[in-house]
Design a protein around this ligand. Sequence first.
Ligand code: COI
Length: 361
Amino acid sequence: MNTILDTPQSLNGISITGVTNSRLSTIDMDNIPFGRIFSDHMLVADCIDGEWQAPEIVPYGALNFTPAMSALNYGQSIFEGMKAYKRPDGAPVFFRIMDNHKRMNLSATRMCMPQIPESIFINGIKTLIELDRQWLPSGDQGALYVRPLLFATDDYIGVKSSDNYKFVVFTCPVGAYYTKPVNLLATKEFVRASVGGTGAAKAAGNYAAAMMPDKMAKSKGYNNILWLDGKDHQYIEECGTMNVFFVIGDTVLTPRLTGTILQGITRNSVLRLLKDNGYKVEERPISIYEIEAAYNEGMLRDAFGTGTAASIAPINKIGFAGKDMQLPDVADRKVSTWLSDTLNGIKYGQITDPYGWMSEA
Ligand code: COI
């Protein structure tokens, strides 16, 4: 049975065409797969010849375009990922939304696309979530995943940056992205990004280019590739869905930012938490051979990924050169367990947020 809604015609200055029947009551919120369930509404704003038009909220659904659309042909398309959480009083709160806005505009610069004004990005998302706030799941790891998307809409197949773009934001109630500790395969066979390329941008093409290697990794029992650098083919980068961290002895290591990996907001939060709580942390090149040597000496204590979708995801094993490095039981992982508990505590309002990371937008 669908719920009949009485939606306002505008909110925070944004015009709304509401659904008449919400799909919410048909969704099993205790059993939500990642990324397959979409809430009732989406935000849409066009940028025409450099001029942003007024954003609108409309029912979630199909968009209309032709096969000549620039984004489909040449891949000028970027996105973001962020989460809204339900505060104990039921109000939606965002985790570091301003940083997502900044990063989306960095991606836009690299991909020769227009900057998205704060008034459209922040006010648009805040209004969309206010309208669809009933879609915020409760529970342990539940959140409303927010997916802002910017893509080129010119009907033109000459190779040039588009004159017109569409900004769309849709949301999905989600639980955990990885339901089990992840298995990663490090290989020299493929490269995700090189210095000077687009590796730091959340460009759709970066994800497309990873799909064939990831499929190969999956066929061998791994979840994803653990990417190595494009020059020496030995320095660890990221895993496509997450930044990565390793604990060797009592030192926490993560690859530094060189323009080839995503400037993860969860990565940055983890670094801040670790440094402020007296952990020894190093951001530097990490060779896969260093990880292998630490593993052989029994010094590889923990490894985990960080990302918006994945949160803190323990790594179960790392395959390299025909062998698997099996990480300790998750129950014995002090660093990633502490990080996960602390970050979740801040996000769900159980721990005071000392950094101003949580906001109503
Ligand atoms: C995110 O963590 O939000 C991402 O964009 C990664 C994606 C693979 C879900």
